[in-house]
Design a protein around this ligand. Sequence first.
Ligand SMILES: [Zn+2]
Length: 361
Amino acid sequence: MIKFLDNKLFRYLSVFLFLNSSILPVKSSSALAAWAINTNGVLELRTKSNTNLKAYFQKANQISGDRFWVDFPGELKNPRTIKGNGPIKEIRLGKPDKGRTRLVIEFKEKTYLKPLTWQMVGLDQNRWKIKLFNPKYSFKKIGEGLVEKKRGNTKTKQNLIYKKKTNYGYLKLPEVKRNKFEVVIDPGHGGPDPGAIGIGGIRETDVVLAVSKIVKNLLSEKGVKVRLTRTNDVDLDLPPRVLIANNTDADIFVSIHANASRGKRRDINGLETFYYRGWRGRLLAKRIQKQILRVSPGSPDRGVKQGRFYVIKNTSMPAVLVEIGFLTGRLDARRLEKITHQKRLAYAIAKGILEYLDKVG
Ligand SMILES: [Zn+2]
């Protein structure tokens, strides 16, 4: 891979713009193997090696909306239409003429596109990408096949992907003495108080509840007794959260939140964990912070800090408040809305907790 990058760097392919015409595209020389439009608005393609793709854009007319398409040689077996979401109306795979495949992406009306800035980038002999839009609303990935599949040993690669999906080896959870510990997990906000509202309307109350529930399951599997201060979207003031904790013999209290920046600045991302006092609280905060950073590459480490938040100030056991990212941040928000990332964060928080219990308990 590195060798390839050394001597070829990136290949760029310009997009042909037909702002008001219906000229047929020129012939190209390779077949489409897999494609995906990712949540960041990037279309990724995998083709046969050394393909000469042709990409086109046409502005909306009476018949259809803005369209972007790529032509590949090799005839498609089953022409099909795939329903879009977000700014994408639909994706069509067809054969415009004999021996050719065409991937058409049709956008919804009034989608703000900047085709003049588009550039198809060759990442490898068989991989391509092009940024089509900036997702303003939540967008679900659409695609067929594995765009990242290498040309080598397919079986190994598929196994790897399977493994990645099913076990979090890199986050393997430590064992602790069963039926010894009790933990209170406090999903922030709820009910009429949704907490932070992020990009695309993503709500803190939902994200932290989802993460908290997974943390509970993971800890329960390790024989730790877990109590959630809330299990659904209910209104729960701060004093009762503290009371719940103080009325149990809980060893620790962990409040889970997500951040919002002032002015909803999209460039502000990052994770931080607060404790109120004591070396135990600080140690717990450090363990959790370290783990959540591991599953959030690229997101800044805002550190372990002392904070005077009500729930950690008034609880009688070591207590921390975790901020798992900025719902208003471009990088964090995109991740926080995904269940896969919520699971990773939950694993990370559970791991930090178990490490702490194992060490201190
Ligand atoms: Zn909050």
